[in-house]
Design a binder for this molecule. Structure first.
Ligand SMILES: Cc1cc2nc3c(=O)[nH]c(=O)nc-3n(C[C@H](O)[C@H](O)[C@H](O)COP(=O)(O)OP(=O)(O)OC[C@H]3O[C@@H](n4cnc5c(N)ncnc54)[C@H](O)[C@@H]3O)c2cc1C
Length: 419
């Protein structure tokens, strides 16, 4: 390849874009990353930081349709919809429900499992003992339930995990509080995973450290709002940005929940929506759990972070442009008090992030079907932080003309293109 053929631009400096950039750089490409913000300020900023291979279970599940109304009506429930947004998401919802059949969920779990397996090692390999490595911690991961019956109601999901090699240990009664004394005694059942799991004590700092490493190794970062991919003679010619136009040879679109508009410009419309999640980080909670804890009923994770104890989760459907609904986020505070009765809730920060979600819970990773110089890496919904590094590696392998370490066909954009 000559110099021009080695030039590639990555749109998006979240965990997915930066992972693509570093992996491409390691394969000899000359890489420019463009983002309207500093690296790690989008959805990658405030997530729960979990690097958990067990997260390969999609939110599509066979019983979801019957459970959803109760979840929506529960004042502490994990889901909210802005009703005026409902008509706009009907077609997404329809496709989502089609993917809730047992056979589909098994298939999606296989696709996600390929991306989530070895996530901790993938993160360590990406950081390669650089500054990023200090933001990665191996750790057990605990799922808590109020009763054995509540755990049994999720047997389908636990069976999917066990079938794909996740090792679990179940705790009963006081064993839960012996494992983590701060948890209230109402939680009488738990599952602990100890192998291959971990978390980041500050996901944004991890992305920023990786971005600095990318720049020290010769990568270029440009802060600009990208408006359009300009196509000339059936080839990408430039990115039209707030800072002027940037010449393009090849392009990776990794703009998280904002990627849909670029795919549409390129004639490949995808049903991507923002599944908004929230966090509350308590600066001085007075509680120091030994590891991250998933509250399975509340669908949120408690992670001991450097900025404080973080409660992150919830799913709100209201589009990309609405202001955050921090009233909804306060449910996390109520849950925090139930889970840890001695917790101090006085001082906290709150945040909202747009999970990029497709109705089959699988991302789009691979080549555009219209332009051979354009590639996609977006739509990682709940697992983008943990699966970003592997996504970057397999896409870079593909772009470099190597056989990717895993089959890319489940993630192809072709699945959304009407034939
Ligand atoms: C509450 C919550 C908890 C979560 N917990 C976890 C977890 O524990 N583990 C996990 O794996 N995942 C988790 N996730 C999901 C995870 O955060 C996302 O999947 C991941 O961050 C997506 O990364 P990304 O790089 O695709 O997107 P982003 O991080 O959003 O990056 C996209 C970038 O594109 C840029 N961009 C967009 N449009 C433009 C434009 N026009 N011009 C220039 N730049 C542009 C944005 O500025 C942004 O920096 C969680 C999400 C939420 C909301």
């Amino acid at each position: 390849m000559n110099r021009k053929q080695k030039e590639i631009t990555v749109l998006g400096a979240g965990i997915v874009g930066i992972s693509c950039a570093i992996n491409l750089q390691r394969l000899g490409f000359i890489v420019t990353v463009v983002d309207q913000q500093e690296p790690g300020e989008g959805c990658s900023f405030g997530n729960a930081g979990m690097i958990a291979p067990c997260a390969m279970i999609p939110i599509n599940s066979p019983g979801l349709l019957t459970k959803a109304p109760a979840m929506l009506l529960d004042p502490l429930g994990p889901i909210a919809i802005r009703w005026r947004y409902l008509p706009k998401m009907l077609s997404w919802q329809f496709k989502f429900l089609q993917n809730c059949k047992t056979s589909k969920v098994e298939q999606i779990t296989d696709g996600l499992s390929e991306l989530t397996s070895g996530a901790l090692e993938e993160h360590q390999r990406l950081a390669a003992n650089g500054a990023g490595a200090t933001w990665i911690r191996p750790s057990p991961y605990l799922y808590i339930y109020e009763s054995a019956a509540a755990l049994a109601s999720e047997e389908f999901q636990w069976r999917l995990r066990r079938d794909r090699g996740i090792t679990t240990r179940v705790l009963h009664g006081n064993e839960v509080q012996e494992f983590e004394p701060a948890i209230d005694s109402r939680y009488q059942c738990a599952v602990v995973m100890e192998d291959g799991h971990g978390f980041s004590p500050d996901p944004s700092q991890l992305v920023k450290a990786l971005a600095s490493q990318f720049q020290s190794d010769g990568g270029r970062f440009i802060q600009a709002d990208v408006q359009q991919v300009e196509i000339v003679n059936q080839k990408p010619n430039s990115l039209i940005t707030s800072e002027g136009s940037l010449a393009l040879q090849r392009l990776v679109i990794a703009a998280g929940a904002f990627s849909g508009k670029f795919a549409t410009q390129l004639g490949e419309s995808v049903p991507l929506l923002a599944e908004r999640g929230y966090h509350i980080t308590l600066k001085d909670s007075g509680i120091t759990p030994r590891c991250p804890i998933m509250n399975s009923a509340g669908k949120f994770v408690t992670t001991p972070m450097n900025p404080g104890l973080r409660f992150a989760g919830l799913a709100e459907f209201s589009g990309l442009t609405e202001k955050p609904n921090y009233h909804f986020a306060k449910r996390l505070l109520a849950h925090a008090k139930i889970m840890f009765p001695k917790i101090n809730l006085d001082d906290f920060t709150e945040w909202m992030g747009n999970r990029p979600s497709l109705p089959d819970s699988l991302p789009v990773i691979g080549q555009s079907s219209n332009f051979e110089q354009i590639f996609y890496a977006f739509g990682h919904q709940h697992v983008g932080f943990l699966s970003g590094p592997k996504t970057g590696r397999i896409l870079a392998e593909f772009i470099a003309g190597q056989k990717p370490s895993i089959d890319l066909s489940p993630y192809s954009i072709q699945r959304f293109i009407k034939k």
